[in-house]
Design a protein around this ligand. Structure first.
Ligand code: PLP
Ligand code: COI
Length: 354
Protein backbone atom coordinates (compact mmCIF):
# COMPACT_ATOMS: atom_id res chain seq x y z
CA UNK A 1 0.00 0.00 0.00
CA UNK A 2 1.52 3.38 -0.85
CA UNK A 3 0.45 6.90 -0.09
CA UNK A 4 2.34 10.14 -0.34
CA UNK A 5 2.22 12.62 2.51
CA UNK A 6 3.16 16.06 1.29
CA UNK A 7 4.26 17.78 4.47
CA UNK A 8 3.67 16.50 7.93
CA UNK A 9 2.26 19.32 10.03
CA UNK A 10 4.38 20.01 13.11
CA UNK A 11 2.90 21.75 16.14
CA UNK A 12 5.80 22.36 18.51
CA UNK A 13 5.54 22.27 22.25
CA UNK A 14 6.04 25.73 23.83
CA UNK A 15 7.99 24.18 26.70
CA UNK A 16 10.42 21.29 27.05
CA UNK A 17 10.82 18.72 29.83
CA UNK A 18 14.26 17.67 28.68
CA UNK A 19 16.10 19.52 31.46
CA UNK A 20 14.23 17.46 34.07
CA UNK A 21 15.65 14.21 32.72
CA UNK A 22 18.80 12.58 34.09
CA UNK A 23 20.21 10.95 30.97
CA UNK A 24 22.83 9.20 33.13
CA UNK A 25 20.16 7.33 35.08
CA UNK A 26 17.47 6.31 32.62
CA UNK A 27 14.93 3.66 33.52
CA UNK A 28 12.96 1.84 30.85
CA UNK A 29 9.95 3.58 29.33
CA UNK A 30 8.79 5.99 32.01
CA UNK A 31 9.97 9.37 30.72
CA UNK A 32 8.46 10.65 27.51
CA UNK A 33 9.85 13.08 24.98
CA UNK A 34 8.17 16.39 24.14
CA UNK A 35 6.25 15.31 21.03
CA UNK A 36 4.23 12.48 19.55
CA UNK A 37 2.93 11.58 16.12
CA UNK A 38 -0.84 11.28 15.78
CA UNK A 39 -2.77 9.99 12.79
CA UNK A 40 -6.52 9.31 12.69
CA UNK A 41 -8.43 6.76 10.66
CA UNK A 42 -11.88 8.12 9.86
CA UNK A 43 -14.26 8.31 6.91
CA UNK A 44 -12.72 5.10 5.66
CA UNK A 45 -9.13 6.32 5.37
CA UNK A 46 -6.03 7.30 7.28
CA UNK A 47 -5.85 11.08 7.57
CA UNK A 48 -2.58 13.07 7.37
CA UNK A 49 -0.27 12.41 10.36
CA UNK A 50 0.75 15.34 12.59
CA UNK A 51 3.51 15.87 15.12
CA UNK A 52 2.00 17.48 18.23
CA UNK A 53 3.11 18.10 21.84
CA UNK A 54 2.99 14.94 24.00
CA UNK A 55 -0.41 15.07 25.67
CA UNK A 56 -3.30 13.01 27.05
CA UNK A 57 -5.92 11.62 24.66
CA UNK A 58 -9.66 12.14 25.17
CA UNK A 59 -11.89 9.18 24.29
CA UNK A 60 -15.56 8.39 24.59
CA UNK A 61 -16.26 5.76 27.32
CA UNK A 62 -17.80 3.57 24.61
CA UNK A 63 -14.57 3.59 22.52
CA UNK A 64 -14.05 0.00 21.40
CA UNK A 65 -10.50 -0.20 22.70
CA UNK A 66 -11.90 -0.19 26.25
CA UNK A 67 -14.37 -3.02 25.67
CA UNK A 68 -12.96 -5.25 22.98
CA UNK A 69 -9.21 -4.63 23.20
CA UNK A 70 -8.72 -3.82 19.53
CA UNK A 71 -5.11 -2.60 19.72
CA UNK A 72 -1.68 -3.43 18.35
CA UNK A 73 1.75 -1.97 18.97
CA UNK A 74 5.41 -2.09 18.01
CA UNK A 75 8.70 -1.59 19.83
CA UNK A 76 11.76 -0.06 18.18
CA UNK A 77 14.80 2.00 19.17
CA UNK A 78 16.72 5.00 17.81
CA UNK A 79 20.46 5.14 18.54
CA UNK A 80 22.96 8.00 18.40
CA UNK A 81 26.63 7.49 17.53
CA UNK A 82 29.52 9.58 18.89
CA UNK A 83 29.07 12.11 16.06
CA UNK A 84 25.37 12.49 16.91
CA UNK A 85 24.21 10.66 13.78
CA UNK A 86 20.89 8.92 14.42
CA UNK A 87 20.11 5.35 13.36
CA UNK A 88 17.16 3.00 13.32
CA UNK A 89 17.46 -0.79 13.17
CA UNK A 90 15.44 -2.62 10.47
CA UNK A 91 12.48 -0.20 10.79
CA UNK A 92 10.64 -1.65 7.79
CA UNK A 93 10.38 -4.94 9.65
CA UNK A 94 8.47 -3.17 12.42
CA UNK A 95 6.23 -1.46 9.89
CA UNK A 96 5.44 -4.78 8.18
CA UNK A 97 4.78 -6.52 11.49
CA UNK A 98 2.46 -3.71 12.63
CA UNK A 99 0.31 -4.32 9.55
CA UNK A 100 0.44 -8.10 10.08
CA UNK A 101 -0.83 -7.54 13.64
CA UNK A 102 -3.45 -5.03 12.47
CA UNK A 103 -4.83 -7.39 9.85
CA UNK A 104 -5.37 -10.10 12.47
CA UNK A 105 -7.17 -7.63 14.76
CA UNK A 106 -9.34 -6.27 11.90
CA UNK A 107 -7.62 -2.88 12.12
CA UNK A 108 -7.11 -1.02 8.81
CA UNK A 109 -3.56 -1.35 7.49
CA UNK A 110 -1.36 1.73 7.51
CA UNK A 111 0.47 3.07 4.41
CA UNK A 112 4.25 2.66 4.63
CA UNK A 113 4.96 6.35 4.13
CA UNK A 114 2.73 7.33 7.07
CA UNK A 115 4.78 5.07 9.34
CA UNK A 116 8.26 5.78 7.97
CA UNK A 117 7.96 9.50 7.21
CA UNK A 118 5.91 10.07 10.34
CA UNK A 119 8.55 8.36 12.45
CA UNK A 120 11.46 10.20 10.83
CA UNK A 121 9.73 13.58 11.23
CA UNK A 122 9.02 12.88 14.91
CA UNK A 123 12.63 11.86 15.51
CA UNK A 124 13.94 15.01 13.78
CA UNK A 125 11.77 17.13 16.08
CA UNK A 126 12.81 15.24 19.23
CA UNK A 127 16.42 14.51 18.20
CA UNK A 128 17.82 15.92 21.46
CA UNK A 129 15.93 13.21 23.36
CA UNK A 130 17.96 10.40 21.79
CA UNK A 131 20.48 9.32 24.44
CA UNK A 132 24.17 9.00 23.65
CA UNK A 133 25.25 6.94 26.66
CA UNK A 134 26.19 3.31 26.12
CA UNK A 135 23.28 1.01 26.92
CA UNK A 136 20.69 3.79 26.44
CA UNK A 137 18.54 4.57 23.44
CA UNK A 138 15.28 6.22 22.52
CA UNK A 139 12.62 3.53 22.84
CA UNK A 140 9.92 4.07 20.20
CA UNK A 141 6.38 2.87 20.73
CA UNK A 142 4.13 2.99 17.63
CA UNK A 143 0.59 1.80 18.40
CA UNK A 144 -2.89 1.69 16.91
CA UNK A 145 -6.15 1.36 18.79
CA UNK A 146 -9.89 1.49 18.16
CA UNK A 147 -11.07 5.00 19.05
CA UNK A 148 -14.46 4.56 17.39
CA UNK A 149 -17.49 4.24 19.66
CA UNK A 150 -20.25 1.74 20.37
CA UNK A 151 -21.01 -1.37 22.40
CA UNK A 152 -21.55 -3.53 19.34
CA UNK A 153 -18.85 -6.23 19.36
CA UNK A 154 -17.51 -5.48 15.88
CA UNK A 155 -14.52 -3.58 14.48
CA UNK A 156 -14.53 0.17 15.14
CA UNK A 157 -14.97 2.70 12.36
CA UNK A 158 -12.28 5.00 13.77
CA UNK A 159 -8.70 4.34 14.94
CA UNK A 160 -5.71 6.28 16.17
CA UNK A 161 -2.12 5.59 15.16
CA UNK A 162 0.28 7.20 17.61
CA UNK A 163 4.05 7.12 18.04
CA UNK A 164 5.49 8.09 21.43
CA UNK A 165 9.12 7.89 22.40
CA UNK A 166 10.90 7.37 25.71
CA UNK A 167 14.63 7.78 26.40
CA UNK A 168 15.40 4.48 28.08
CA UNK A 169 18.01 2.36 29.80
CA UNK A 170 18.03 -1.41 30.26
CA UNK A 171 14.73 -3.32 30.47
CA UNK A 172 16.09 -5.83 32.99
CA UNK A 173 18.56 -4.75 35.65
CA UNK A 174 20.42 -8.05 35.84
CA UNK A 175 20.20 -11.69 34.92
CA UNK A 176 16.70 -13.09 34.76
CA UNK A 177 15.36 -16.15 36.57
CA UNK A 178 12.46 -17.73 34.70
CA UNK A 179 9.67 -20.18 35.41
CA UNK A 180 8.75 -22.68 32.70
CA UNK A 181 4.95 -22.47 32.64
CA UNK A 182 2.95 -25.70 32.96
CA UNK A 183 -0.60 -24.45 33.54
CA UNK A 184 -1.38 -21.20 31.75
CA UNK A 185 -0.91 -20.41 28.05
CA UNK A 186 0.03 -17.20 26.28
CA UNK A 187 -1.41 -18.17 22.92
CA UNK A 188 -3.06 -20.94 20.97
CA UNK A 189 -3.13 -22.31 17.44
CA UNK A 190 -5.19 -20.03 15.25
CA UNK A 191 -5.05 -17.28 17.89
CA UNK A 192 -3.27 -13.94 18.04
CA UNK A 193 0.06 -14.99 19.58
CA UNK A 194 2.05 -13.98 16.48
CA UNK A 195 0.56 -10.47 16.63
CA UNK A 196 1.77 -7.69 18.91
CA UNK A 197 -1.74 -7.29 20.26
CA UNK A 198 -2.21 -5.49 23.58
CA UNK A 199 -4.33 -8.32 24.99
CA UNK A 200 -1.50 -10.82 24.58
CA UNK A 201 0.35 -8.94 27.30
CA UNK A 202 -2.64 -8.41 29.62
CA UNK A 203 -3.23 -12.18 29.55
CA UNK A 204 0.31 -12.81 30.81
CA UNK A 205 0.19 -10.52 33.80
CA UNK A 206 -1.65 -12.82 36.21
CA UNK A 207 0.48 -15.97 35.59
CA UNK A 208 3.57 -13.73 35.74
CA UNK A 209 2.44 -12.33 39.11
CA UNK A 210 2.19 -15.91 40.38
CA UNK A 211 5.71 -16.61 39.09
CA UNK A 212 7.07 -13.40 40.66
CA UNK A 213 5.54 -14.41 44.01
CA UNK A 214 7.63 -17.60 43.76
CA UNK A 215 10.84 -15.63 43.11
CA UNK A 216 11.01 -15.65 39.29
CA UNK A 217 11.04 -12.53 37.09
CA UNK A 218 9.58 -13.93 33.88
CA UNK A 219 7.56 -16.83 32.57
CA UNK A 220 8.72 -19.00 29.70
CA UNK A 221 5.63 -20.02 27.82
CA UNK A 222 5.18 -23.52 26.56
CA UNK A 223 2.79 -24.73 23.83
CA UNK A 224 -0.84 -24.60 24.91
CA UNK A 225 -1.58 -28.13 23.77
CA UNK A 226 0.98 -30.22 25.65
CA UNK A 227 3.15 -27.74 27.62
CA UNK A 228 6.07 -29.86 26.41
CA UNK A 229 7.73 -27.33 24.08
CA UNK A 230 9.51 -24.08 24.94
CA UNK A 231 7.90 -21.20 23.05
CA UNK A 232 8.94 -17.70 24.14
CA UNK A 233 8.98 -15.34 27.10
CA UNK A 234 6.59 -12.46 27.81
CA UNK A 235 8.56 -9.81 25.96
CA UNK A 236 11.34 -11.73 24.20
CA UNK A 237 12.16 -14.81 22.12
CA UNK A 238 14.20 -17.53 23.78
CA UNK A 239 17.53 -19.10 22.80
CA UNK A 240 19.22 -22.04 24.50
CA UNK A 241 22.79 -23.17 24.07
CA UNK A 242 23.39 -26.89 24.44
CA UNK A 243 27.12 -27.61 24.26
CA UNK A 244 28.17 -25.31 21.41
CA UNK A 245 24.92 -25.23 19.47
CA UNK A 246 22.49 -22.34 19.67
CA UNK A 247 18.85 -23.41 19.43
CA UNK A 248 15.64 -21.41 19.14
CA UNK A 249 12.11 -22.55 18.43
CA UNK A 250 10.49 -21.95 15.03
CA UNK A 251 7.98 -19.11 14.81
CA UNK A 252 4.34 -20.06 14.41
CA UNK A 253 0.94 -18.47 14.84
CA UNK A 254 1.61 -18.71 18.60
CA UNK A 255 4.99 -16.95 18.67
CA UNK A 256 6.06 -13.41 17.79
CA UNK A 257 8.43 -13.26 14.83
CA UNK A 258 11.04 -11.21 16.68
CA UNK A 259 13.34 -8.93 14.72
CA UNK A 260 16.13 -9.39 17.26
CA UNK A 261 15.63 -13.17 17.03
CA UNK A 262 16.02 -13.30 13.28
CA UNK A 263 19.00 -10.91 13.37
CA UNK A 264 20.71 -13.09 16.00
CA UNK A 265 20.15 -16.22 13.90
CA UNK A 266 21.76 -14.50 10.90
CA UNK A 267 24.69 -13.11 12.89
CA UNK A 268 25.35 -16.44 14.62
CA UNK A 269 25.36 -18.32 11.31
CA UNK A 270 27.70 -15.74 9.72
CA UNK A 271 30.03 -16.01 12.74
CA UNK A 272 30.25 -19.80 12.47
CA UNK A 273 28.10 -20.61 15.50
CA UNK A 274 26.05 -23.76 14.81
CA UNK A 275 22.38 -22.71 14.92
CA UNK A 276 19.31 -24.91 14.96
CA UNK A 277 15.81 -23.54 14.49
CA UNK A 278 13.66 -26.38 15.75
CA UNK A 279 11.19 -27.31 18.42
CA UNK A 280 12.82 -27.43 21.87
CA UNK A 281 11.32 -29.79 24.42
CA UNK A 282 11.25 -28.87 28.08
CA UNK A 283 12.55 -32.34 28.89
CA UNK A 284 15.69 -31.90 26.77
CA UNK A 285 16.42 -28.58 28.48
CA UNK A 286 15.92 -30.16 31.93
CA UNK A 287 18.09 -33.12 30.93
CA UNK A 288 20.79 -30.80 29.55
CA UNK A 289 20.71 -28.77 32.79
CA UNK A 290 21.16 -32.00 34.79
CA UNK A 291 24.03 -33.38 32.70
CA UNK A 292 25.83 -30.03 32.33
CA UNK A 293 25.41 -29.63 28.57
CA UNK A 294 23.03 -26.67 29.01
CA UNK A 295 25.51 -23.81 28.84
CA UNK A 296 23.29 -20.76 28.35
CA UNK A 297 19.76 -19.52 27.97
CA UNK A 298 18.91 -15.99 26.95
CA UNK A 299 16.04 -13.85 25.78
CA UNK A 300 16.20 -11.61 22.70
CA UNK A 301 14.04 -8.60 21.96
CA UNK A 302 14.15 -4.89 21.23
CA UNK A 303 13.53 -3.80 24.81
CA UNK A 304 15.42 -6.71 26.40
CA UNK A 305 18.27 -6.66 23.78
CA UNK A 306 19.93 -9.92 24.84
CA UNK A 307 19.13 -10.82 28.43
CA UNK A 308 20.97 -13.76 29.97
CA UNK A 309 18.92 -16.16 32.07
CA UNK A 310 20.50 -17.22 35.36
CA UNK A 311 18.31 -20.27 35.93
CA UNK A 312 14.85 -21.73 35.52
CA UNK A 313 12.19 -23.42 37.58
CA UNK A 314 10.24 -26.44 36.42
CA UNK A 315 8.15 -28.98 38.35
CA UNK A 316 9.02 -27.30 41.66
CA UNK A 317 12.75 -27.70 41.03
CA UNK A 318 15.21 -24.89 40.29
CA UNK A 319 18.02 -25.38 37.80
CA UNK A 320 20.97 -22.95 37.74
CA UNK A 321 22.91 -22.14 34.62
CA UNK A 322 26.71 -22.08 34.76
CA UNK A 323 28.61 -18.77 35.06
CA UNK A 324 30.73 -18.84 31.89
CA UNK A 325 33.50 -16.40 30.97
CA UNK A 326 32.82 -16.08 27.26
CA UNK A 327 29.19 -16.48 26.40
CA UNK A 328 27.34 -16.52 23.12
CA UNK A 329 24.98 -14.00 24.75
CA UNK A 330 27.69 -11.41 25.39
CA UNK A 331 29.30 -11.93 21.96
CA UNK A 332 25.97 -11.65 20.15
CA UNK A 333 24.88 -8.67 22.23
CA UNK A 334 28.08 -6.79 21.44
CA UNK A 335 27.86 -7.67 17.75
CA UNK A 336 24.26 -6.53 17.36
CA UNK A 337 24.57 -3.37 19.49
CA UNK A 338 27.78 -2.36 17.65
CA UNK A 339 25.81 -2.59 14.40
CA UNK A 340 22.87 -0.68 15.87
CA UNK A 341 25.02 2.13 17.26
CA UNK A 342 27.34 2.48 14.23
CA UNK A 343 30.38 1.16 16.10
CA UNK A 344 31.00 -1.51 13.49
CA UNK A 345 30.38 -2.25 9.83
CA UNK A 346 26.88 -3.38 8.98
CA UNK A 347 27.36 -6.19 6.45
CA UNK A 348 23.63 -6.97 6.57
CA UNK A 349 22.35 -3.51 5.60
CA UNK A 350 20.15 -3.31 8.70
CA UNK A 351 21.12 0.13 9.99
CA UNK A 352 19.07 3.03 8.62
CA UNK A 353 20.45 6.57 9.04
CA UNK A 354 17.86 9.20 9.83
N1 PLP B 1 8.22 -11.87 21.85
C1 PLP B 1 7.36 -10.99 22.42
C2 PLP B 1 6.12 -11.52 23.02
C3 PLP B 1 7.65 -9.61 22.43
O1 PLP B 1 6.82 -8.74 23.01
C4 PLP B 1 8.85 -9.16 21.85
C5 PLP B 1 9.17 -7.74 21.84
O2 PLP B 1 8.93 -7.03 20.92
C6 PLP B 1 9.70 -10.12 21.26
C7 PLP B 1 9.35 -11.46 21.28
C8 PLP B 1 10.94 -9.70 20.55
O3 PLP B 1 10.66 -9.08 19.32
P1 PLP B 1 11.61 -7.98 18.71
O4 PLP B 1 12.95 -8.57 18.68
O5 PLP B 1 11.07 -7.73 17.34
O6 PLP B 1 11.52 -6.80 19.58
C1 COI C 1 9.86 -4.63 22.79
O1 COI C 1 10.84 -5.33 23.00
O2 COI C 1 9.93 -3.62 22.09
C2 COI C 1 8.56 -4.94 23.35
O3 COI C 1 7.58 -4.58 22.75
C3 COI C 1 8.47 -5.58 24.65
C4 COI C 1 7.58 -4.77 25.54
C5 COI C 1 6.43 -5.56 25.98
C6 COI C 1 8.30 -4.05 26.60
Amino acid sequence: MSAIIKDIEIIKSKTTKINEVDFNDLKFGNTFSDHMLVCDFKDGKWQAPKVVPYQPITLDPSAKIFHYGQSVFEGMKAYKDVDENVFLFRPLENFKRLNISSKRLAIPELPESYFMEGLKTLLEVDKDWIPKNEGSSLYIRPFIFASGNGFHASPADEYKFIICTAPSGAYFSGKVKVLIEQTYSRSANGGVGFAKAGGNYAGQFYPTQLAVAKGYQQVIWTDDNTHEYIEEAGAMNIFVRINDTLITGPTSDRILDGITRKSIIEIAKAEGIPVEVRKITVSEVVEAAKNGSLKEMFGAGTAAVISPISGFGYNDTDYDLPELEDTFASFLKKTITDIQTNKSEDPYGWRVKL
